[in-house]
Design a protein around this ligand. Structure first.
Ligand SMILES: [Zn+2]
Ligand SMILES: [Zn+2]
Length: 263
């Protein structure tokens, strides 16, 4: 399955840094054309079978690299998963991947090594592999996500280099990390806030699932800063997903509690 990317250009980051403290933000702000204008209820949306499966209210997050995540970014992920998706994440430090620490890396090599690492951990499991690339990132900080094994294994690769030492880099890394996990959770799930050009991205500029930090997204987040959370539309879908998972779990428990038929 092709990876999803989150692209951040140097110019946009500079604009963002200038604008973070200035203005005001509110609910979802449309920054891209959506597939349709017709707002639909969360009940009618399609959800990932992984995250509506009974008992799948937990996630193993394995961190590996050569590089460690920046301070706070794993916490941002666990907080948003707990608050907005009803999922408890267990973060563990995995062994370093056998890949070069720098240079132009083979993305497939990184992905497969992370995938094989994932196989050793309880599912659903995501391996987050943070690597540094001299050229391949094209001057940005990018994340890619790959989903395997009936969506019970996810690999997220974070490709950074040029922004080392920038202010707000922790927030940038946090938003990219949550964004890639958001692809695994399969939000946005309704056409009215799915981007017309990229339906796996949210049209709300102040949502962590927006495709990148363009000028509109910068102004949509002047007060709140770089988004770490899902917009109200995506959050409603995650809440419905949680509701379905809990219903399915309750039905399963009720079935198990039934007395076997006496002969
Ligand atoms: Zn994306
Ligand atoms: Zn959204």
């Amino acid at each position: 399955m092709p990876g999803e990317k989150f692209v951040l250009s140097g110019i946009i980051l500079v604009v963002w840094v200038a604008g973070v403290w200035i203005g005001g933000g509110c609910g979802p702000i449309e920054c891209a054309e959506s597939l349709t204008d017709q707002v639909t209820s969360v009940e009618g949306a399609n959800y990932s079978p992984t995250w509506t499966t009974p008992g799948n209210d937990h996630m193993t997050v394995v961190l590996t690299g050569p590089y460690e995540l920046l301070d706070g970014t794993a916490d941002a992920l666990t907080a948003v998963l707990r608050d907005q998706a009803g999922i408890e994440a267990a973060v563990v430090i995995g062994p370093a991947l056998d890949i070069p620490s720098e240079g132009v890396l083979d993305a497939n090599d990184v992905m497969w090594k992370a995938y094989h690492l994932a196989e050793a951990y309880p599912r659903p499991v995501v391996v987050v592999a943070k690597v540094s690339e001299t050229d391949a990132a094209g001057g940005g900080y990018r994340g890619y996500s790959y989903v395997f094994d009936e969506a019970n294994i996810c690999v997220v690769t974070l490709h950074w280099n040029v922004y080392q030492g920038y202010p707000f880099l922790n927030a940038v890394e946090g938003t990219i990390l949550v964004h890639e996990i958001g692809h695994w959770l399969e939000v946005p799930a309704r056409p009215f806030h799915q981007m017309a050009d990229e339906p796996n991205h949210c049209s709300s500029g102040n949502c962590v699932m927006f495709h990148s930090l363009n000028a509109c997204a910068v102004f949509a987040n002047l007060t709140g800063g770089i988004p770490q959370r899902f917009c109200d539309y995506c959050a409603a879908e995650l809440a419905e997903m949680t509701h379905r998972r809990e219903q399915a779990s309750a039905a399963e428990r009720a079935e198990e509690a039934k007395c076997p038929d006496e002969p």
